[in-house]
Design a protein around this ligand. Sequence first.
Ligand SMILES: Nc1ncnc2c1ncn2[C@@H]1O[C@H](COP(=O)(O)OP(=O)(O)OP(=O)(O)O)[C@@H](O)[C@H]1O
Ligand code: NI
Length: 305
Amino acid sequence: MLEVSELSISFHRLDRHYRPIHTVAIHKLELSIEAGEILAVVGSSGSGKSLLAHAILGILPRNAQVTGTINFKGEKLTADRQQSLRGKDIALIPQSVQYLDPLMRVGDQVKQAVRRGDPAVLQQKAFNKYKLSDFVAKLFPFQLSGGMARKILVSTATVSGAQLLIADEPTPGLDPSSMRETLGRFKQLAEEGCAVMLITHDIEAALTIADRIAVLYAGTVVEIASRSDFTGDGERLRHPYTQALWRALPGNGFVPLPGAQPLPDALPTGCVFAPRCALATSECEQFPPESRTVRSGRVRCIHSA
Ligand SMILES: Nc1ncnc2c1ncn2[C@@H]1O[C@H](COP(=O)(O)OP(=O)(O)OP(=O)(O)O)[C@@H](O)[C@H]1O
Ligand code: NI
């Protein structure tokens, strides 16, 4: 359904002395999602998750420079195609609740997204799932709590009947039962044939529903693993960063990873993870590793076997 290859996104801006700075926010990113599949994109803040979502939707800021290709249903996603598919075949649950239309009652916003079936019935169903009353449907976005607004965003995207759903951090602010409801809704959409990209920094939540997990670090996909690779001590994982993420979980030892992700205007010349990596050699510091297939997953690390 979706194939992203060699996607790079950079920005030109001026520093406070008006000297040009070139920041590479996403570098040679590759991933794909099949119909009926849930791919989680996991990465810490600033790793490029939202930019990836916005690149697929065609809503990047004007100063972004984009190279590489994005195919949707086997055909290149051009700006024109993105515009005609947006909100229809490709739906986004945006990270910020600011994306709601401030001037429209929220029930109407959900109804308006329906393309097949009875809008009123589908809106009602979506609201029932979250136990939102008819009263809420009549409210404007500013009258909602953060959690309610998020439920409206999820409802709007999920009634649209899209073939590709991109959910950018859809669960913060949701109570545990609403969170389960939301993830369950994605699972159901995937069972109906929708391709789902679940963007999150919460690897545990991702593992409850995702078929595969793409790990993003400093704008690069360092690994694509299947859910079953996340087990034991992480010995089936291919990249040291993915292993570190796994081992940092409370149930797996809570082992912290020292250091911080590099910023896009100060990326290392070689492997982006080398400065924090216990396996790093001089070769790692010299050249960015190519993406390879290892044990039917993908990895960017020369040490992985
Ligand atoms: N318009 C822009 N101009 C310059 N740099 C930008 C712009 N938008 C994003 N960036 C940079 O690109 C990087 C990736 O941003 P992005 O919003 O995709 O991160 P993210 O993974 O979604 O983070 P979060 O988890 O906090 O939402 C950041 O370092 C950010 O500073
Ligand atoms: Ni984001």
